[in-house]
Ligand binder design. Structure first.
Ligand code: G4P
Ligand code: NA
Ligand code: NA
Length: 193
């Protein structure tokens, strides 16, 4: 998505350790006009699919998922990150190992809000190693729901998440794929797609 790539190149900041800061427009301050273009693009990419629910994960997936959901006219459910050991009640859970934060946490979704009738589109801001997305996929499977696909705003193509998920046959659409970036020059190379 050209508009998004231009915005990443203009306002994104490449940090040491292959971290891309996009908090001026994506995951701290949020540019809703850009989000609307993102929503429109996901709607185009998944135009032929029947979708009943959008599933994301807190925190930074939520804002994007809500704007995207307007284009699909479906509810958004966000998986909650839980640190408590004993999770009470009727919930689906999955363990996610965060590479960036070097910790393992449980993600939970109430059984009330995801059922076997659901056709689910996953939405998230970043895809790196893919652990968050794999956790969400496990939850979709536990619910017996159908996974339609996953829409990602920025994929870090040099980390393994995207390749893993495509190899598993997941219909993955990333609006911008960063193949490499340089924290000295600030130059970001995007995959042609
Ligand atoms: P993974 O889910 O793809 O395996 O990602 P990883 O554990 O490596 O990353 C953990 C968190 O860091 C995720 O957010 C992910 O979206 C985010 N992230 C990964 N690489 C980058 C990056 O280069 N720039 C930015 N801005 N974020 C990145 P999270 O822990 O779920 O936190 P939240 O911000 O959504 O609350
Ligand atoms: Na996220
Ligand atoms: Na994040």
């Amino acid at each position: 998505m050209r508009l998004l790539e231009e915005r990443i190149q203009t306002d994104g900041i490449v940090r040491e350790g292959n971290v891309l800061k996009v908090d001026s427009f994506l995951n701290h301050q949020m540019d809703i006009k850009l989000f609307r273009e993102i929503g429109k693009e996901f709607k185009r990419l998944f135009a032929n699919e029947e979708i009943t629910k959008i599933l994301t994960i807190e925190a930074s997936g939520i804002g994007i998922a809500c704007i995207v959901a307007e284009f699909f006219d479906v509810p958004v459910v966000f998986a909650k990150k839980s640190k408590s050991k004993n999770i009470a009640g009727a919930v689906y859970t999955s363990k996610v190992e965060s590479f960036t934060h070097n910790k393992v946490y449980d993600v939970i979704v109430s059984k009330k809000f995801l059922t076997k009738e659901d056709k689910v589109l996953l939405i998230d801001d970043f895809l790196a190693n893919g652990n968050a997305l794999k956790g969400l996929i496990e939850i979709v499977k536990s619910a017996g729901a159908e996974l339609i696909g996953a829409g990602i705003v920025i994929e870090k193509g040099f980390q393994k998440g995207g390749a893993d998920l495509r190899a598993q046959g997941v219909h993955l659409e990333s609006l911008a794929i960063v193949d490499s970036m340089d924290d000295v020059t600030g130059k970001i190379n995007f995959r042609e797609q």
